[in-house]
Design a protein around this ligand. Sequence first.
Ligand code: HEC
Length: 157
Amino acid sequence: MKRFRRLLFRAPTASALVALGGVAACSPGPAFTEPVTFGTRVVQPHTLEEGRDIYNRFCANCHGLDGTANTAAARQMDPPPRDLTQALFKHKTSPGNQLPTDADLIRVIQHGVPGTGMAAWGHLASTELDAVTQYLKMFSPRWRAGSPASETGSKRP
Ligand code: HEC
């Protein structure tokens, strides 16, 4: 476990990023053609496309292409990567089981969760952080407009 952590916390090197980028060349996942509304935020298809590419490249290894975190990497981790299809989050400013704000999600992605496998993705540009944040909302209907829980997740940071 210790060795694994040390590997994870090292910032990704340029060559690692290039290698991972190769995987994303065949980016699986849905093609987005219509805007999607999360709470009060209308997200354009190109943002979701960008978010999906970033997610598949940097996040799917642990959280799974389908967001369920049923991955080989996940089985090595305690705590495990979040199952994004549940849309239940820990590191947030909203109370109870309410959805986090975009700012909460972006903070966690940018800074990681020290002491866990969740590394910091501080090298991503703010537009990329926003795009991947919007994309991960596709994994659960909780985020969609009309869902009672969707309000708090809708605001821009
Ligand atoms: C090496 C494995 C790994 C990778 C890669 C990874 N994560 Fe995580 N992620 C984790 C783990 C482990 C946790 C659980 C942390 C905890 O329980 O506090 C987590 C938690 C999260 C959470 C939940 C935070 C919360 O408040 O509950 C989000 C959101 C998240 N990751 C998004 C991402 C995104 C987006 C990426 C890609 C940019 C990513 N992760 C890449 C392992 C990973």
